[in-house]
Write a protein that binds this ligand. Structure first.
Ligand code: S3P
Length: 167
């Protein structure tokens, strides 16, 4: 039985693509917390935020995280805000090994531009919003992480290989 691997990091840092790659290489099940919430709610993250607000979404996210404590052998990609609640940060450690995918701000801006699926970035000045959010979250990602990986300028395969060598 293998410990779960969790990927945390800001929107656009590559959690989902790297998670899928890891799941393929290691032949383990892949879980994406946003996708699980969308399946459960039968609507998009954008719809959830627009109709019920961020707190409602955060409660769903925390509830889902609790159910992952019972899993093994999984690669779990998480929503960028999963580290915001202290209780979530504690749960992440219980669920498995936490990998923080650290991307620089240019890399993130490039990945999230023209993306209307991320409700927190639907503002004219999303570059400022991203910088502010990154700054306020950095410590939370760092304190949750067992391993930190720089992703900027690297392809998905090499990031996945790097993680595997560090496990
Ligand atoms: C969020 C990140 C999103 C999603 C929601 C909120 C955040 O996930 O959970 O839009 O607060 O950073 P991704 O990191 O997969 O984009």
């Amino acid at each position: 039985m293998e410990e779960n691997i969790l990927l945390v990091g800001f929107m656009g840092s590559g959690k989902s693509v790297v998670g899928k790659e890891l799941s393929k290489i290691l032949n383990r099940d892949f879980i994406d917390t946003d996708t699980e919430i969308e399946k459960e709610e039968k609507r998009s993250i954008k719809d959830i935020f627009n109709n019920d607000g961020e707190d409602y979404f955060r409660n769903l996210e925390s509830k889902l995280l609790e159910t992952l404590v019972d899993k093994n052998n999984c690669i779990i990609s998480t929503g960028g805000g999963i580290v915001l609640r202290e209780n979530n940060r504690e749960l992440l450690k219980k669920i498995g090994k936490v990998i923080f995918l650290h991307a620089d701000v240019e890399h993130i801006l490039n990945n999230v531009k023209n993306d209307d699926t991320r409700p927190l970035l639907q503002t004219e000045d999303y570059a400022t919003k991203v910088s502010e959010m990154l700054e306020s979250r950095e410590d939370k990602y760092l304190s949750s992480a067992d391993i930190i990986i720089q992703t900027s300028g690297k392809d998905v395969e090499s990031i996945a290989e790097e993680i595997i060598t560090l496990l």
